[in-house]
Design a protein. Structure first.
Length: 451
């Protein structure tokens, strides 16, 4: 018997204002400046202002206090005014590739910190064509994560853009691209699952004979397969270059490391006093008053969200410096494995907030300019159980190769042996080869210098 029941459920709903605040968190500095300029164009109540004398600023805040409860931070972050900085190269080049694009998507779609770290192991094993080069059991052995977790994470990675990414072979890549279309074709699926190996030979007659499907239907499936990209990752390359300006500066002072936000390009915002006076006086018709009230609220929320973004960036950056102090003192070799949860617990925010605020943000240090996500490296276990950052492994590889005899360069197997005997680091030869490719280092045969 069918019944009609009415129930109430509480569901999380993101208001337009909250969505705007979240977007501001994950914007790069350039995107943020563009967003501010757009908001200034669309909202007449909002205006940019030069730094005002303290008395005038206090007076204005008192005037607007009656209308809105203004935002005040519990801890003030420090701007760059009145500070001298080292002669760093403030603008640096940043190349983007397939792995960067996948990491960017993971920042939005992966909420579990454990899965996010496991996904890093998956991504590092995806080649430039978009295929998973190492089998899951080998990745499990190197990472310490179970095959079950890695398989689950791989399935999620395979749903990212571009379609077909993370496949282990051509058949799986084609099938992933087919599934992304969202259109079911049972004949296509049957042939893909059972008779795909016959397609490289384009043996239509044999497929017709074995399946019983009509030749024109087999030809349709063949044409559909040809539409898919056999190398879904090849459209991404390191040739795409953009220029970045650091969002954060870390400078060593007398009492330790100090964090400063680079906010020179971000204008100070305030409410337009003219419209505030009009609203307060009430000498306008109802429609105009409602319009001003709406725009006042929007402007106030935008200013609050902007200040909250800067405060969060400052606090997260301070926490990163605290956890990775050895790196800031001594360099990349001393970077330790760290996860988003470490910073989230320290700052008192959700992991997703840390993920968003570290996206497309850069920190200037005495060792160079690094993306904030650089400070969350995965780890490889040493024999005694301690974890080492994968960045340390790459740095050791660079060191060994830098000291090698160019007439008899180190092979990947020899690098595995050196790491095992000298550093107690157990690592697979394929992983060495993968890191070597990431570092743009040729094979031992290519590096060999003839006498």
């Amino acid at each position: 018997m069918l019944e009609l029941k009415q129930t109430q459920r509480l569901l999380p709903v993101l208001t337009q204002q909250l969505q705007q605040a979240i977007k501001l968190l994950q914007m790069s500095q350039l995107e943020l400046v563009e967003a501010i300029e757009q908001e200034l164009e669309e909202n007449p109540i909002l205006e940019a202002t030069e730094q005002e004398p303290a008395e005038e600023q206090i007076k204005e805040e008192e005037n607007t206090e009656e209308l809105f409860e203004r935002y005040t931070s519990s801890e003030e972050f420090v701007g760059r005014d009145d500070k001298e900085y080292p002669d760093y190269e403030n603008i640096v080049k940043k190349t983007y590739n397939l792995r960067d694009y996948l990491r960017w998507q993971i920042g939005f779609s992966f909420t579990d910190s454990n899965e996010r770290i496991a996904s890093e192991w998956i991504i590092e094993n995806i080649d430039d064509n978009g295929y998973l080069v190492d089998p899951i059991p080998e990745i499990s052995k190197a990472s310490g994560y179970t095959t079950e977790l890695l398989e689950s994470v791989l399935k999620k990675v395979q749903k990212l853009d571009p379609a077909g990414i993370g496949a282990r072979n051509l058949r799986e890549s084609v099938f992933l691209q087919y599934e992304s279309k969202g259109v079911k074709d049972f004949v296509f699926e049957d042939i893909m699952n059972v008779y795909f190996d016959l397609y490289p030979k384009v043996n239509v007659n044999e497929i017709v004979k074995k399946t019983g499907y009509a030749p024109d239907k087999i030809q349709d499936v063949l044409n559909k397969i040809k539409e898919f990209d056999p190398k879904p990752g090849r459209n991404f390359s390191d040739d795409f270059t953009s220029y970045i300006v650091p969002d954060v500066y870390v400078i060593k002072g007398e009492d330790g490391f100090e964090v400063y936000l680079s906010d020179d390009n971000i204008p100070d915002l305030k409410l337009n006093g003219y419209y505030i006076d009009i609203y307060a006086a009430g000498n306008v018709d109802g429609e105009t008053k409602r319009y001003i009230k709406k725009k006042l609220k929007q402007a106030e929320w935008f200013i609050k969200s902007l200040k909250q973004r800067q405060k969060t960036l400052f606090n997260v950056s301070k926490s990163i410096v605290k956890f990775q102090e050895a790196f800031f003192e001594r360099g990349v070799r001393f970077l330790k494995p760290m996860i988003l949860k470490d910073i989230a617990l320290d700052v008192g925010v959700h992991e997703s907030t840390v993920s968003r605020i570290t996206t497309n943000k850069y920190m200037s240090t005495q060792f160079g300019v690094f993306e904030l996500k650089f400070f969350f490296p995965t780890g490889i276990y040493q024999e005694e159980g301690d974890q080492l950052s994968t960045n340390i492994i790459k740095d050791l590889i660079l060191e060994y190769i830098g000291k090698e005899d160019k007439r008899n360069p180190l092979t990947d197997d020899e690098l595995v042996s050196l790491l095992k005997t000298e550093r107690d680091i157990k690592i697979a030869r394929r992983t060495i080869a993968k890191y070597r490719e990431i570092l743009n280092i040729d094979s031992s045969r290519q590096r060999k210098v003839e006498e």
